[in-house]
Design a protein around this ligand. Structure first.
Ligand SMILES: [Mg+2]
Length: 128
């Protein structure tokens, strides 16, 4: 099955790594580069998994997380926080909002797959 993944990060590089990694597993990739767009995207897409940056210019990822959890259909959506060193003090607050895990930056695609594979039934796309 094709899972919908939403990546929320103000870094284009991070979004590219996530996209490249999950395209190899046939996932449908959606992206948002700021918090406001992320909430709209999450509310309309019904993603199977969200990767959410903490440090963004317009809105802290924790605020985005709180707003997503306030929406009925996003209450139980798996959300993985992408954390930089500067975001580590937010972890306690994020834990209370039932996050599915944390990935520290910088990260490799394999780390994403290792964590996402516990949540989704990922299968690599076999080239014809
Ligand atoms: Mg950021």
């Amino acid at each position: 099955m094709s899972y919908k993944i939403l990546t929320v990060d103000d870094s284009r590089m991070v979004r590219m790594i996530v996209a490249k990694t999950f395209q190899a597993y046939g996932c449908e990739i959606h992206e948002a580069s700021n918090g406001a767009d992320a909430i709209i995207a999450a509310a309309t897409l019904f993603p199977d998994l969200i990767f959410l940056d903490i440090t963004m210019a317009d809105m802290n990822g924790l605020v985005v997380l709180e707003q997503m959890r306030a929406l009925d259909h996003l209450k139980n959506t798996p959300i993985v926080m992408l954390t930089a060193e500067s975001g580590s003090h937010f972890i306690e607050r994020a834990d209370k909002l039932k996050v599915a895990g944390y990935i520290s930056k910088p990260f490799k695609g394999e780390q994403l797959i290792a964590l996402a594979g516990k949540i989704l039934n990922l299968e690599p796309v076999i080239a014809p």
